[in-house]
Design a protein around this ligand. Structure first.
Ligand code: DC
Length: 218
């Protein structure tokens, strides 16, 4: 039996890493909805869109095509933007533009269409609450801001990017606040979601725990 799995949680909580690993084990398809908001932010920035003007947002969305490839690449109107959407600037711009109702409606529709069949692991902020309220398994994955900042710091170090731990933590706290307090579909744990705090867990431990939850459902 194939099911859909919703993984929500704050930024840098490990949603994408855990989702990718689950997909490998289950042979499911991963849909990283954060990457879609990041694409919108990059496209809007390139077009110089005023995000407070709904008409400009509509025009911007009409000229946007997002593709998430099977090998994990993100294409914006055919261009590979996998790395370009991962900058700190685009992280905050994605959080800003995701507060807009028009943007959310357009992306939620795309996401629901993409996951019409079962067999998806979708990660984001509103998957269990809005996008896939009927998902058979819902996980709310979180970790302390300090643990998340440290993970980002080590990730950056591996990639040769210099960063400051305190700045990273402040950015995480700011983005959490905006994502949790926006008017439309704020980040919150769905009533039927299972909370996993990964502050003191390895990726494998989290994946094993989610697999255990899934096996109870299937
Ligand atoms: O998961 P991420 O950090 O790549 O997401 C970037 C931003 O996109 C996040 O700060 C809020 C927004 N987002 C959202 O509003 N809803 C989603 N389902 C996924 C992301």
């Amino acid at each position: 039996m194939r099911i859909n799995i919703a993984i929500d949680g704050p930024s840098a909580s490990g949603k994408s890493t855990v989702s990718r690993e689950l997909c490998k084990r289950l042979n499911y398809i991963h849909l990283d909805t954060g990457a879609m908001y990041r694409c919108v932010a990059l496209h809007a920035e390139r077009l110089n869109t005023n995000i407070n003007d709904d008409n400009q947002l509509i025009d911007m969305l009409e000229s946007l095509a997002i593709e998430l490839t099977d090998d994990g690449k993100v294409l914006l109107n055919g261009e590979d933007v996998t790395d370009a959407i991962r900058t700190d600037e685009i992280s905050m711009a994605a959080s800003d533009i995701s507060t807009k109702k028009i943007v959310r409606e357009a992306l939620v529709e795309m996401q629901q269409e993409m996951a019409k069949e079962k067999g998806f692991v979708m990660d984001g902020r509103d998957i269990g609450t809005v996008v896939l309220p009927d998902a058979e398994v819902k996980i709310y994955l979180t970790a302390s801001a300090s643990a998340r900042a440290m993970r980002r710091y080590l990730e950056n170090q591996k990639r040769g990017i210099e960063s400051n731990l305190i700045t990273l933590k402040n950015e995480i706290v700011d983005r959490d606040y905006q994502d949790m307090h926006r008017k439309y579909s704020p980040l919150r744990q769905a009533e039927d979601a299972i909370l996993i705090d990964s502050s003191d867990m390895t990726v494998t431990e989290v994946v094993d725990e989610v697999m255990r939850i899934i096996s109870e459902k299937i």
